[in-house]
Structures are given as C-alpha cells and as structure tokens.
Write a protein that binds this ligand. Structure first.
Ligand code: SAM
Length: 471
C-alpha cells in the first residue's frame, strides 16, 4: 500500500516522527478490521469469549465480514456495524459526563455532522438516562440513512435534523455537549476507500481545515458555558487536527481538557507537537481506522439545562397510550402526517429546534393516518419504549423473517391470530408490523428499507447469532 500512497502524504507523516509514522504506514498496508457494537439499550451484549474492543465493552471484532443484510438481528437494531476507533466516542462521553458534567440529570447533546450515525449511537448509550441526542446532517440522502439508523437504535430520546450545522448555532447556549465529527480529507479511510487516496492533496487539507473552523466557530454559540465541545476527524494531518484544536483554544476560548484515553489504552497516541490534550487512533497503532479526538470546555457556568417551559400535558390518545410502556413520560403531537410522541422533558426544546431547522424524525413516530384509521409506524416496532403487550405477536422462523424483510405478503398464519395489526418477531425481538386480513397478512415493512438481496444470495439457514440478549 505504501507505494500507492502519495509521496507527499508519506513525507508529511514521516515529519510527525518515526514512532508514529512507522507503525501507521505499515498499518495502512494491512486489511481493515470488522467490528460491531451490541445495542445495550435493547439488552444486547457480546457473546462470551468475544474479541472485545479495549475501550468499549459492548464493541467486538469479527474474524471476517459477514453479509449483515442476511442477519435479522442487524435489521432489528440489535447491533450496529462500527469501526473500533470510532467506539472511543462512548468512552470519551462517559468521562466527560463523569468529570465535567453530571450523571444525575438528563443532558442535551448535539452531534452536528452525524450521518450515518455511529457516534450519535455511542453517545445515546453513554449519556445519563433521558438525555436528548440531536443528530444533524447536511446531505439529504445521508440524513435519511441517519434517521433509519437512529430508528433501529430504538431510543425515543433522539431527534434527527437535516441542514447546515451552522443553522443550529441559532440555539444559543442550548447544549451541554456539542460534538463536531467534522467532514475532513479522510486520510484515515485510505485503506478502506481508494477514493481517499485519489482525492488527497495539500489543497484539500487546507480547504477542509477552513470549513471545519467555520463549523466550529458557528457551533461554539450553541454550547452552554461550562459545556464541552468534542472535536474529531478521521484524518491524520495536523492542520485539520491539532491546529484546529489550537484554534478552538486560542480563538474561541475553549479550555483543553484531558480525558486520559492515551494513558489508559495501549496504542492511543497523544497529539503531535501541541500543548493541548488530543488523542490519535490509527491503523498500525490500534485495531481500527484513523480517528483524532479532543475535548474543550467552554469557560463559565450555566445550568445544565434551561428549565423547559412546561408544555400543558394532555393525556395521550388511546392508540398512543396502548403502545408505550411509560405513557406519562411522553407528550403527544398530532398532525395530518400522523402521531408522534415526544419525551415530555424535551418537548419544548424540540419545538424550538423545529423553528430553526428541518426535523426529519423526533422522539417516537407512532402512527400515520390511513382513511379513518391509524397504521402503526415501523419505528414503533423497533423502539425500546414499545409496550410488549400492545399488539398481538407472531414469531417468524429465519425464512419467514427474510421474506418479511423483502416485503412479501405473509401466508400460513397461526390459528387464532386476531384480524388486526400484528407485531412480527424473530428470536423473540420485534422486526416490524403486518396487518392480518384473514388468510394473509399485508406487509407494513417500509418500501425504502426492503431487502433487495435476491434469495439465492441468502444462506439457507439463519447465520449464527453475533450477540446475546440479556432480556
Ligand atoms: N459522525 C458520523 C458517524 O460517526 O457516523 C460521521 C460523520 S462524517 C465524518 C461527516 C459528515 O458531515 C458527513 O456525513 C457530511 O455529509 C456531513 N457534513 C458536511 N458538511 C456539513 C455541514 N456544513 N453541516 C452538517 N453536516 C455536514
């Protein structure tokens, strides 16, 4: 691989010292690792004996890349495919909350450049209960994928919006943590994507650095005094990394805070040529791709959350009340597009966000109108807030589950299945809804998600489970 890398890139890395560049250049010639994180919100954990990622107890390496689309558990959101280096986000958020914020109150977290969503998912799992994660993305196609991934994660404490990150700067002092996982020159993706090698140039680095500083300057406004900014990239050069951390410290006034990650985990490198706390994860040093991460505190202090204006809490409609485990923790929003449940503690804040930018998905979409009836949303099936007794259930075997995911009509229904909406499950876990109309059940799996994989590419039997369920 070293020969195919641009000579100027190799020279740049070598200028960072042999102890950094040597292992990294070797690592770039090795195949990438495959890793996944079990969804702890859904009670999933790694199998005993799994090859655990050192800094993420629910993350583990796989010996090879399976066909994830052939595994119902992936569609059910029981695990998420994520590069091991990115999993450091969860531990970083843990330490920030522990050392600089509070574990006892729900926090507001902004992931400003969020698609496809791995770092938002890591944050949701690491933040105190009932914290809100607002995940934003500029690109519409990527924002839709982000919304799908957040729905699979299953937390109702999530908002997905689409637009330029700078729009969220209008939410002054609104967030306890702002994460900027910035668009970058992508040097850390070089061994996965040939495009990252082809597009590399010093000009690209300079352009990316300028865009990053623009995003950071705008979003500094959205961070409350005493809150913490997380800055990260998946690139190796100092311009987009240490020099931007210096910009946050020296131009915006951020206080660099140490999280101790480089001290605690073998292979995590501190920043290069900088007085500020930074961490570098890189192939050859760790089993993962490139990731740079730093955290800076905004001086001052302000309440962790401005008390939301109390939304007059009307009781939920019968349909919503039946669907969720803790109806009193939600407020209901009804519009011609359908019924959505918003976490009561964040409802006023979510309305404020909707006045500043486009929200694609907030809280828990429950149902959409059809004629005089309501049809349950797919998100409800995947939500951890779903009450398990709210719908009749039907268990599918592997072939049935894959037929469901392809969008097929289901026949051979069990005797006595009520003519109603039915929650279809695989391995005891929800997969989606059907409407039983008698001898067959109409498939309500969303068109956009339907599996396009021809049955001939699917294994005849269920693939071995990658995770274990604790509930
Ligand atoms: N945090 C993501 C994850 O872990 O799954 C990866 C984010 S990727 C490094 C950067 C993302 O920022 C890209 O999806 C890109 O489309 C998006 N982006 C680029 N410019 C943006 C802007 N001005 N506002 C918001 N998002 C932007």
């Amino acid at each position: 691989m070293e020969q195919t890398l641009p000579a100027e890139f190799i020279e740049m890395l070598r200028s960072y010292g042999d102890d950094y560049a040597g292992p990294l250049l070797h690592g770039l010639s090795e195949p990438p690792q495959v890793s996944v994180r079990a969804n702890i919100l859904k009670g999933a954990t790694p199998l005993p004996g799994a090859d655990i990622v050192p800094w993420c107890e629910q993350g583990f390496y796989l010996p090879e890349r399976p066909v994830f689309a052939a595994d119902p558990a992936w569609h059910q959101g029981l695990y998420y495919v994520q590069d091991a280096s990115s999993m450091i986000y969860g531990e970083a958020v843990n330490r920030i909350v522990d050392r600089f914020l509070s574990k006892d109150i729900p926090l507001r977290y902004l992931d400003a450049c969020a698609a496809p969503g791995g770092k938002s998912i890591a944050a949701l799992e690491a933040l105190p209960p009932q914290s809100l994660v607002v995940s934003n993305e500029l690109d519409r196609h990527r924002a839709n994928i982000l919304a799908e991934n957040m729905a699979k994660e299953g937390s109702p404490f999530s908002v997905v919006c689409r637009g330029d990150a700078s729009r969220l700067a209008k939410l002054k002092d609104a967030f306890d943590i702002v994460a900027v996982d910035a668009p970058c020159s992508g040097e850390g993706m070089m061994r996965k994507e040939a495009e990252a090698i082809r597009q590399w140039s010093q000009g690209l680095i300079a352009d990316c650095g300028a865009v990053q500083r623009e995003i950071l300057s705008a979003l500094w406004n959205a961070l409350r005094p005493g809150g913490v900014l997380i800055y990260s990239t998946c690139t190796f050069n100092r311009t987009e990394n240490e020099l931007n951390v210096a910009f946050i410290a020296e131009e915006l006034g951020g206080e660099s805070i140490g999280l101790g990650l480089a001290d605690d985990y073998k292979g995590i490198f501190p920043g290069i040529g900088t007085p500020y706390h930074c961490c570098r994860l890189a192939p050859g040093h760790v089993r993962g791709e490139g990731l740079f991460i730093a955290a800076l505190r905004k001086p001052g202090d302000a309440p962790a959350q401005k008390s939301s204006k109390k939304t007059a809490q009307k009781p939920l409609s019968g349909f919503s009340r039946r669907c969720v485990t803790v109806p009193e923790s939600f407020v209901e929003q009804t519009s011609p597009q359908g019924i959505t449940l918003l976490p009561a503690v964040h409802a006023a804040f979510i309305s404020e966000i909707s006045r500043k930018t486009e929200i694609l998905r907030a809280g828990l979409p429950v149902a959409v109108p059809k004629g005089r009836d309501y049809v349950p949303c797919h998100e409800l099936a995947l939500s951890v807030a779903l009450s398990s007794s709210s719908f009749p259930r039907m268990d599918l075997d592997y072939a049935g589950a894959m037929a469901y995911l392809r969008g097929e009509i289901l026949t051979n229904l069990p005797d006595g299945l009520p003519k109603d909406f039915v929650l279809v499950c695989y391995g005891g876990q929800p997969l989606g809804f059907v409407k039983n109309i008698g001898r067959r059940a109409n498939n309500l799996y969303p068109d956009a998600l339907r599996l396009r994989l021809s049955p001939r590419y699917l294994p005849p039997e269920a693939p071995a489970s990658l995770i274990t369920l604790t509930r």
